[in-house]
Design a protein around this ligand. Structure first.
Ligand code: NCD
Ligand code: ZN
Length: 359
């Protein structure tokens, strides 16, 4: 007999977030505990105003992150064993020696390629890939992954086409030149990216955000312009969202979780020239559970969120677990961000899953 009763509770190996922005200073102190309550580990993006380009900077940044989780949730110690997985920001000047030092550090797990001008704090990024060929060669040799913001920066290219054009003109030739380099195409948003990653060798993977699984580009303009739905890569049309859901729920280990939670103050978002980024760290697993539930694929959530990414990065599987219940709750209208505030995704609206325990 077919059992049609819905699943009302799921327990998963504790997940990892393979793409996260935590900023620095007071803002960092506000946001890191949100991630640490849900995730065991997170790949920390290096795009600070002064980007993390050296091992020493990464060590200091890691200490700052660790210090912000020591005093959360005193009773249960939830989140206090959170492990930040550090990355370095590639610039035109990154050398092979830096790659060797990064690998030797034991704390740096990847290098991030921001095409110069592609997104928040990317102006010091790479202007021409040939400038970092020696660094890429060293990465290929040491097996440390390259994380790619996959959008071309040419303002002549339509914003909705920038990912596809990046794959065709930059990523495909790059992979031909460095055939065994491990690459993660970050926060994919198109069926073109899904197809490319699916057909690529096993050294190529992709992260997918909760917001790209749940929303299409109409939500940027629902009843007026919605700055909190603006992120990069920008939300795409419905057919692309459906392709992402299919990839995430397919059980293919090339696709795994990366929230791209990217906090900006309310003022920086609600502005004549607002910043790109959505804040989802507060309720990330609830949002992913909803996306998988909508696709009737809750049984595929654990692989996507807790197994495939760790395997790709060569990390051990987590031993703790989390439980989510089908239970609605209202997302707060705002949250503190240092002395200012942030508007989380779905502020004031309902989430349909609740994270009930982390043990
Ligand atoms: C990110 C940020 O604000 O740092 N913004 C975003 O819209 N995702 C940068 C990025 O990942 O592109
Ligand atoms: Zn990002």
């Amino acid at each position: 007999m077919i059992n049609n009763s819905p699943t009302n509770s799921i327990t998963l190996i504790q997940p990892d977030d393979f793409h996260l922005h935590v900023r620095e200073g007071d803002a960092l102190k506000s946001v890191v505990p949100d991630t640490a309550r849900q995730f065991a580990r997170a790949i920390i993006m290096p795009n600070l105003a002064d980007p993390i380009t050296t091992v020493e900077q990464a060590q200091n940044y890691r200490e700052e992150i660790l210090a912000s989780v020591t005093d959360i949730d005193e009773d249960s110690k939830n989140g206090t064993d959170f492990e930040p997985l550090m990355t370095l920001y590639l610039t035109d000047k990154t050398t092979a020696e830096t790659i060797v030092a990064a690998k030797a550090s034991g704390i740096i797990h990847a290098l991030k390629l921001y095409p110069a001008g592609a997104t928040t704090n990317s102006d010091k990024g790479v202007t021409n890939l040939e400038n970092i060929y020696p660094a890429l060669e060293a990465m290929q040799e040491t097996g440390i992954p390259l994380l790619v913001h996959g959008e071309v920066t040419d303002p002549e290219i339509d914003i909705f086409d920038r990912e596809r054009v990046f794959i065709e003109t930059i990523l495909e030739p790059l992979i031909k030149r460095f055939p065994t380099l491990k690459v993660v195409l970050e926060h994919i948003t198109t069926s073109d990216a899904v197809e490319f990653v699916t057909n690529a060798p096993d050294t190529i993977a992709a992260t997918i955000t909760a917001h790209h699984l749940l929303m299409n580009r109409n939500t940027i303009f629902a009843g007026g312009i919605r700055p909190h739905h603006y992120c990069l890569p920008i939300l795409k049309r419905e057919t692309h969202r459906q392709a992402l859901v299919k990839a995430a729920t397919s059980g293919n280990p090339k696709f795994f979780l990366g929230t791209d939670s990217a906090p900006h103050t309310q003022g920086a978002k609600e502005s004549a020239c607002g910043c790109a980024g959505m804040y989802t760290a507060y309720h990330a697993m609830e949002l992913y559970a909803e996306a998988f539930d909508n696709a009737d694929a809750l049984d595929k959530l654990e692989g996507f969120s807790s197994i495939f990414g760790a395997k790709f990065y060569g990390l051990p599987q987590n031993t703790n677990s989390i439980t989510l219940n089908r239970e609605s709750w209202q997302v707060p209208a705002n949250l503190p961000l240092g002395k200012e505030q942030i508007i989380p995704l779905r502020a004031g609206e309902q989430c349909h899953w609740t994270l009930v325990s982390n043990d």
